[in-house]
Structure formats: C-alpha cells, structure tokens
Design a protein around this ligand. Structure first.
Ligand SMILES: [Zn+2]
Length: 252
C-alpha cells in the first residue's frame, strides 16, 4: 500500500521541486474535502492531489521543451519587462454575486490570464493560471491558449483602445460597448485558432460564430447585450487570428 502511494508521489521527474514546496498549502489542496469525501482513502487521495499538481507542472515544462519558438518569444517579452508568472493551481469558480477576484484564482474555465500592469505601462507582470483541477490531460493545450493571451497583452494586440475609437459625434456609449465585446471575442478567437480549437481549414467567420456562442455570456458582451451582428464587421476587418505568435504549437 505504501509503495503504491510512493509510486504516485514519485511518479513525476520533478521530485526535487515537489519536496521543496509545501504541496498542501502551496497547491491550495483542501485536506478536509478529500478526507471527508473518502475517509478510508483520504491520504492516498492527498498523494494523488499533490501528484496532479506535479503532473500539471510537468506538462508546462514539456510544452516549453516542445515549442522552442514560443519559449523564445516569451523570453524576448520578458527581456522587455513584460513578465510571465505561469503556474498550475487549484481554481475555484467565481461567486456570480461578486466580481471575480484574480487573487483567488477564480477561473470559471480551464485556465485564466490577467494583466497586472498599470494601464498604459509596458513593464510588469502578467499572471497565468492553468487549472490543475480541470481539463486533466489537456493542460498543454490550455497553456498554449493562455499564452496567446499573454503574448497579446505584451504586444498590445489585445488592446483595441475602444475609448479612443469613440467618436465625439457618437451620442452614446454603444460603439464602446461593441468594441469591448469585439476585443474580447477577438482575443478568444486568436487563442482558439492557435490551439486548433477553431478549424483552421474553415473561414474565420466560422470561428467567430463558435467563439461568440461560447463567450457571449461574459460581461463584456452582456452589459448591454451585444449581438453577433453588432461585432461581425469589426472582427472581419480588425481581428487577425494568426499574427503575433510563432506558428502553431505542438500539442500532445
Ligand atoms: Zn481565453
């Protein structure tokens, strides 16, 4: 029994790092949840949870090894001061009643990326979390998706500067709302295109339909509600799905 458990704990090559961290506190594992859910096997499950963290981090390492151009681009952005703090962590879903708190890693999806820099500043840190408790086996894909967001934050490709676009002749904020929704949809289209989540043999418009359906519930497109037709032309003209990252990544 103990040997099996050791097998889990030492499964991954990152043993040194595993031993040097506090796997319970550091990974945010809820001991009581595991023990309560399965009293007899509580400790084995803890071993598995720590192992999940380790396997997720190994997946990120493997991504860098298999995608040197992506690593090089990351290094060049970091050399300019646009730093990446990428980690595997346990994510919790945000409370719908409250604003999402990025400090608490409240990612509703498989991962999340947020820009910690002050507005208009080039230097600073972008936070990236791959949710180790979700999407097991697809961590590298999630990582690639989130890295496109990181590259876009660093390069400014994600910034449509919606307020600057607002014409003084516009009597209301509608153009700004449409622009903010289109910007978010464009970011997600770029990530989906890069990771093969959108079928690259089909036109960009097909990707737009898919991504709009998936993300239009987000506040950027809901307050007020922005329809697909409202953003279609802007996306067609201003959203490049291929620029800014080095070809497509190798994914397992
Ligand atoms: Zn995304």
């Amino acid at each position: 029994m103990r040997k099996v458990r050791s097998g889990y704990r030492y499964y991954s090559p990152g043993i040194g790092r595993w031993l040097s961290r506090d796997p319970i506190g550091g990974a945010g594992v809820n001991i009581y949840a595991f023990v309560v859910n399965s009293p007899a096997g509580g400790f084995d499950l803890l071993g598995l949870a720590a192992d999940t963290h380790e396997r997720c981090e190994s997946a990120l390492d493997a991504f860098w090894q298999n995608n040197q151009p992506w690593k090089n681009l990351k290094d060049s952005y970091e050399a300019e001061g646009c730093n990446l703090n990428a980690q595997c962590a346990q994510c919790e879903c945000p409370d719908p009643e409250k604003k999402p708190d990025p400090e608490k890693k409240q990612c509703a999806g498989l991962g999340c990326t947020w820009d910690r820099r002050k507005r208009g500043q080039k230097r600073g840190t972008i936070e990236l979390v791959v949710c180790e408790n979700r999407g097991g086996g697809s961590w590298q894909k999630t990582f690639a998706h989130e890295l496109v967001h990181y590259f876009d934050f660093c390069s400014g490709a994600a910034d449509w500067d919606c307020w600057a676009r607002k014409s003084l002749a516009d009597p209301d904020f509608t153009p700004v709302y449409k622009c903010i929704c289109a910007e978010m949809i464009c970011m997600e289209m770029r990530a989906a295109w890069a990771t093969g989540d959108c079928d690259r043999s089909k036109p960009k418009a097909v990707c737009l339909e898919k991504i709009y359906k998936r993300y239009n519930h987000k506040p950027q497109c809901q307050n007020p509600k922005i329809s697909l037709e409202d953003i279609r032309d802007d996306i067609e003209q201003n959203c490049s799905v291929t620029g800014g990252y080095p070809s497509f990544p190798t994914l397992p």
